[in-house]
Design a protein around this ligand. Structure first.
Ligand code: NAP
Ligand code: 8YV
Length: 319
């Protein structure tokens, strides 16, 4: 496969970079002084892209007209224009399943942190308040008796539900359709789900269809005991509406791993005491990120060895 040229626009983990370097002719665009000039020179030769970061659109695809496959790191692919890839006859792959457990663990951890204020309690201790002022105040919220509404009961959502069951939470969900063989109650609209629960877990994908789905109206339906957890995509939540809802008590709190304009987090959000914020670490253990990196490599190798990818995005299966 050494005769096959692969483009790596941004750095990736050693597990991916080293294997791709050994198997293919790898072009590390991020090492070039002038990436545009390099891409203009080698663009015609590129047959595969190993995408760890950045987006793919028509303009980018035009620079690599003979590309056959874009192998993306991560399960979410809202940064890739799949229609443009289909038009360019390029396969798109992602890294589902290998990260579901890790992200579900993060979601549960974030939910408990947000509800029991563990981040704030740790700050209380570290700043010496325990010694000088006494115990951290009792938390307004508890996990006991909470109703968890899952927006996006997919691979990760189901792992979150499994864990939440062990905590004794009542679970229901919303997606575009009711799922066969799932016993949790289904709500046909997000508003109905928000009204029926007090803890809304967002684990739906980003993109135009879900943009700002969690609006001021949804937050109002969630209500004053409501806690919003987002491990899906920042774009799914109207961040300005969320900040207002937290400031005026429309909802009680939030736990966020993803944001509208990462890595920028609005100052007003950071100032709010009832909010737990994580820097998009849902899948961020070495173990899980290595498994994702391996799948990026395996998809490329499989494509060039057999003509089939291992984990194409669903749109590719429909073509
Ligand atoms: P998945 O298996 O495809 O699940 C997505 C779920 O969302 C499905 O149940 C789907 O149900 C629902 N959904 C999709 N489009 C929808 C829409 N327009 N309206 C309502 N529901 C919709 O994906 P996954 O592997 O669980 O991953 C989910 C998302 O988690 C990813 O796309 C990514 O954005 C995010 N993620 C975040 C992190 C992190 O680090 N925080 C890590 C990994 C993934 P229906 O088809 O029935 O609508
Ligand atoms: C990664 C993610 O942080 O898989 C996803 O959709 O959001 C995360 O696992 C991200 O893809 C890495 O850039």
């Amino acid at each position: 496969m050494k005769s096959i040229d692969i483009l790596m626009p941004y750095p990736m983990l050693p597990i991916a970079q080293e294997q791709l370097e050994a198997a293919f002719t790898l072009h590390k665009l991020f090492e070039a002084d002038d990436p545009d000039t390099v891409l203009a020179e080698i663009g015609d030769r590129i047959r595969g892209v190993a995408l760890g970061f950045g987006s793919v659109d028509t303009a980018f695809l035009r620079k690599i007209p003979n590309v056959e496959i874009v192998s993306s790191f991560g399960v979410g692919y809202d940064h890739i224009d799949v229609d443009a890839c289909l038009a360019a006859n390029a396969e798109v792959t992602h890294t589902p399943d290998v990260l579901s457990d890790e992200v579900a663990d993060t979601a549960i951890g974030l939910m408990i942190m947000a509800i029991r204020e563990f981040g704030q309690a740790e700050t209380w201790l570290r700043e010496g308040n325990w010694k000088h002022k006494g115990p951290y105040p009792l938390t307004k919220a508890t996990l006991r008796g909470r109703k968890l509404g899952i927006f996006g009961l997919g691979r990760i959502g189901k792992e979150i539900a499994k864990r939440a069951e062990a905590f004794g939470l009542e679970i229901s969900y919303h997606g575009r359709s009711r799922q066969e063989g799932i016993s949790y109650p289904y709500h046909a609209s997000l508003k109905e789900l928000a009204a029926a629960c007090d803890t809304l877990m967002v684990v739906a994908p980003g993109g135009a269809d879900t943009e700002h789905a969690v609006s001021a109206e949804i937050l109002s339906a969630l209500g004053p005991d409501g806690v919003l957890i987002n491990v899906g995509r920042g774009s799914v939540v109207d961040e300005a509406a969320l900040i207002t809802a937290l400031e005026d008590g429309t909802i009680l709190g939030a736990g966020l791993d993803v944001f509208e304009n990462e890595p920028h987090v609005p100052e007003r959000l950071m100032q709010l005491p009832g909010v737990t914020l994580l820097p998009h670490v849902g899948s961020a253990s070495r173990f899980t990120r290595d498994a994702m990196g391996q799948l990026v490599v395996d998809n490329l190798k499989s494509w060039f060895n057999t003509g089939k990818a291992i984990t194409p995005v669903p749109e590719m299966r429909q073509k």
